[in-house]
Write a protein that binds this ligand. Structure first.
Ligand code: SAH
Ligand code: SF4
Ligand code: F3S
Length: 486
């Protein structure tokens, strides 16, 4: 895996998710053509690129890590904030320069920006050949072939059923230790600031048996960790009717009762005690005690919950259409602490300067942070997205300077809290899974503890993919440092 800008040793700065991207790794299986994919945005997008690579592999493409070698370049894009789209626009200009010298090159825009802008993208970016939304990736080989014959194409059909359950992803994002498994697609929540329901369509859950099979295959290949992905994993639901549909589609699904997220988590945890299970993202309105108790029952389900609050003020939460208030959120956190204890990592997403947010409402976000003591947060200032409920109903009336200042206060608060939480780990022994070499020095390895914190340890005789017990000796606000004790 080649990570260009992303560095998990460093805490996310302003709009970290927008400037983070990953490129495909080199794969030589003797196929005649080369595909280069650059992926922006969230883990769902990174996971989708693995599905895209798999579909293209079936049609004669190996992946490459250098776009100079590629016959086809795909940008898998994100629309979550304006800045994310601007980054992609700039990158397209660079690729267009390449295409001037190589007119046979096919350039495709995939993902959320493709879905949001559709045909308009072909008009605005003259050298783009194909525009394909997140539910239409099976159509890519055909569209690329047409583009090779000089015919541009768009497919932004959003499906109510597509989950790509039968496709084995090419593990582009993986270090051979941990892998993503998509368990659902789309989102029905309609948070007023958010473009995702428009770019990813209706929520649908993937057949649980295909999820378990994917986890089993990963274990057989030596993987040690899976992250179950969805915009709102707690609303995962697989019903017998859908099951019957899957049986008709020959997905080899046994008859079953309704499978909810807690059930699914348990099914995946039972695949192997040596397989760590993580998941993201949990929605505060939906996370149940049943999920928390399931986490508690299985040692191999990591004690870490990404529970984005967005704002600490109930009026703003209502305008955001998050469907919970401050009290509800705090009660959920109290329940997490009661069932899973202080050790459970909790992280969040925060939006500064949402429409009409007053100074005292902003202070509520800071006090919420103090009360929860997040280990980690992704922090943004509000960026109005065309077509969303907020864009239609509310004025984007907080001056940019104010948004940035409030964001800075949130970031500073988080840095203090991260340091405080990390210091609590000093002196403790923890099991970590070694994931790779530290970016700062080849003599050190990095792993993560159950709470999703990065731990740096001296290399010694340790290998990637190994579980070790370490004693935490020191920390910064972003990282723990440890020595191996077992
Ligand atoms: N499904 C997840 C969020 C996915 S988007 C959830 O509900 O928590 C990731 C994060 O981007 C969001 O949590 C939010 O903090 C941020 N975000 C989304 N839309 C945004 C916007 N218009 N402006 C700024 N940040 C936004
Ligand atoms: Fe967006 Fe809300 Fe869905 Fe998350 S839950 S993807 S913030 S609409
Ligand atoms: Fe971005 Fe789409 Fe993910 S908008 S955050 S890539 S779902």
């Amino acid at each position: 895996m080649e990570e260009l800008i992303k560095d998990i040793d460093i805490l996310p700065a302003e709009d970290a998710q927008a400037c983070e991207y990953k490129v495909t790794k080199e794969e030589n299986t003797g196929r005649s053509k080369k595909l280069y994919i650059e992926s922006y945005g969230c883990q769902m997008n990174f996971s989708d690129s693995e599905i895209v690579a798999s579909i293209m592999k079936e049609h004669g493409f190996d992946t490459t890590s250098s776009f100079e070698k590629a016959d086809v370049i795909f940008l898998n894009t994100c629309s979550i904030r304006d800045k994310a789209e601007q980054t992609v626009r700039k990158r397209l200009q660079q690729f267009n320069q390449v295409k001037i010298n190589r007119p046979d090159l096919t350039i495709g825009v995939l993902g959320c920006m493709a879905e949001r802008l559709k045909e308009k993208l072909l008009e605005e970016e003259q050298l783009v050949d194909v525009v394909v939304g997140p539910d239409a990736y099976r159509d890519l080989p055909h569209l690329v072939m047409a583009a090779e014959d000089g015919q541009k194409g768009v497919n932004t059909f959003l499906s109510r059923e597509e989950t790509y359950a039968d496709i084995s992803p090419v593990r582009l994002n993986s270090n051979g230790v941990s892998a993503f498994i998509s368990i659902m697609r789309g989102c029905d929540n309609m948070c007023s600031f958010c473009v995702v329901p428009f770019t990813r369509g209706r929520e649908r859950s993937r057949d649980p048996f295909s999820i378990v099979r994917e986890a089993e295959a990963l274990v057989a290949q030596g993987y040690k960790e899976v992250t179950l992905l969805g915009q709102n994993v707690d609303s995962y639901k697989w019903s017998p009717e859908e099951n019957n549909k899957a049986r008709l589609n020959k997905l080899d699904a046994p008859q079953t009762e309704i499978v909810n997220f807690a059930n699914l988590l348990e099914m995946v945890a039972q695949v192997s005690p040596l397989l760590r299970v993580r998941f993201s993202t949990s929605h505060p309105k939906d996370i149940t005690d049943e999920v928390l108790y399931t986490m508690k029952r299985y040692d191999n389900i990591c004690k870490y919950i990404h529970l984005p609050v967005q704002s600490g003020n109930s009026r703003i939460l209502e305008l955001m259409n998050r469907t919970y208030d401050r009290e509800w959120y705090l009660e959920r956190v109290a329940k997490i602490r009661e069932i899973l204890g202080e050790e459970c990592g909790i992280s969040s997403d925060m939006i500064a300067g949402f429409c009409s947010e007053t100074e005292s409402e902003h202070l509520d976000t800071l006090s919420m942070m103090d009360m929860v003591e997040y280990d980690f947060s992704y922090m943004f200032y509000y960026s109005e997205r065309p077509g969303t409920l907020a864009a239609k109903k509310y004025a984007d009336d907080i001056p940019l300077e104010t948004k940035k200042r409030r964001l800075q206060e949130i970031i500073e608060k988080q840095n203090q809290l991260s340091l405080k939480r990390n210091k609590m780990d000093i002196g403790k022994s923890q099991e970590i899974l070694i994931e790779g070499t530290s970016k700062r020095s080849p003599d050190f390895l990095k792993g993560r503890n159950t709470a999703n914190k990065v731990v740096i340890v001296p290399k010694g005789n340790l290998g990637i993919g190994q579980y070790v017990t370490v004693k935490i000796t020191d920390c910064s606000s972003a990282t723990l440092f440890g020595e191996v004790v077992g």
